[in-house]
Design a protein around this ligand. Structure first.
Ligand SMILES: NS(=O)(=O)c1c(F)c(F)c(SCCc2ccc(C(=O)O)cc2)c(F)c1NC1CCCCCCC1
Ligand SMILES: [Zn+2]
Length: 259
């Protein structure tokens, strides 16, 4: 669990007073200005292995007051993608907006904010644990994909969303049967953006190798609304718009695996 000093998205300006990294010059999220990205031949297709979990393997799903967190087994491995070494999965969680009106992705593309965003958090296999890797440069790799409203129900996302009504209160947890976690991501593992940044919540460690898929994932409006209307955080307020404001690039370059 995270025994950190308490924070909320409301007191974002105060984060840096408690967590100095949050004031750094390699922070996330950022706007991806597609006209300014540079193609890199080193960014080969992402390779995911061990993501197809058998149903008898259950995963913890927790309302941690800021998002819905799905714990992942470290046998799930991320490699390829121009990574210096393989990464192992730790958890995945979601970011979303409020009501049909306000979208809630963390990253934006050419100033466009999507309905939501999924983050699959991994840590470098060079380290024994997530905690050890989290504070080391290149220690973390997060796969990010945008959630858009589409006409169909997204069945893989129902594996998670159907449990939300059972973990409405902060701190509540339930067990989800194993499924193919890769189905929560776009199928095109060849086309993505890459930049160095940070966790988007305290402690804001500047140790994240970010991969943002070019292709989006589509969920039905009902599924997006379920995300926006079910979970409650502090003082029984609904968890909504759980995204950090855009951070400055401070000269960082954004790479792309495609022309
Ligand atoms: N976008 S992100 O990856 O920075 C991110 C967020 F934006 C997040 F909002 C979150 S949730 C907030 C941090 C947190 C709180 C409680 C618990 C718990 O009770 O188990 C766990 C974590 C969240 F968990 C993460 N990922 C976390 C970063 C914070 C602390 C380390 C845990 C794994 C990665
Ligand atoms: Zn996140």
């Amino acid at each position: 669990g995270h025994k950190d000093r308490h924070w909320s998205y409301k007191d974002m300006p105060e984060w840096a007073s408690m967590f100095p990294n949050c004031d750094g010059h390699m922070q996330s999220p950022i706007n991806i200005n597609t006209a300014a990205v540079s193609f890199s031949v080193k960014l080969e297709p992402l390779l995911l292995s061990g993501y197809d979990l058998p149903p008898e393997e259950t995963l913890p799903l927790k309302n941690n007051g800021h998002t819905v967190l799905l714990g992942l087994p470290k046998k799930m491995t991320l490699s390829g993608g121009g990574f210096p070494q393989p990464y192992q999965a730790a958890q995945l969680h979601l970011h979303w907006g409020s009501g049909h009106t306000w979208p809630g992705s963390e990253h934006t593309v050419d100033g466009h904010r999507y309905a939501g965003e999924i983050h699959v958090v991994h840590y470098s296999s060079r380290f024994e644990s997530f905690e050890e890797a989290a504070s080391e440069p290149g220690g973390l790799a997060v796969l990010a994909a945008f959630l858009q409203v589409g006409m169909e129900t997204n069945e893989p996302y129902q594996h998670i969303l159907k449990h939300l009504s059972g973990i409405k209160e902060e701190g509540e947890e339930t067990a989800v049967a194993g499924f193919d976690v890769a189905k929560l991501l776009p199928y095109d593992f060849d086309r993505y953006f890459r930049y160095n940044g940070s966790l988007t919540t305290p402690p804001c460690y500047q140790t994240v190798n970010w991969t943002v898929f070019n292709q989006t994932v589509r969920l039905s409006q009902e599924q997006i609304s379920m995300l926006e209307e079910t979970l409650q955080g502090d003082d029984d307020e609904p968890i909504q718009s759980n995204f950090r404001l855009l951070q400055d690039l401070y000269g960082r370059s954004i790479l792309s695996s495609f022309h």
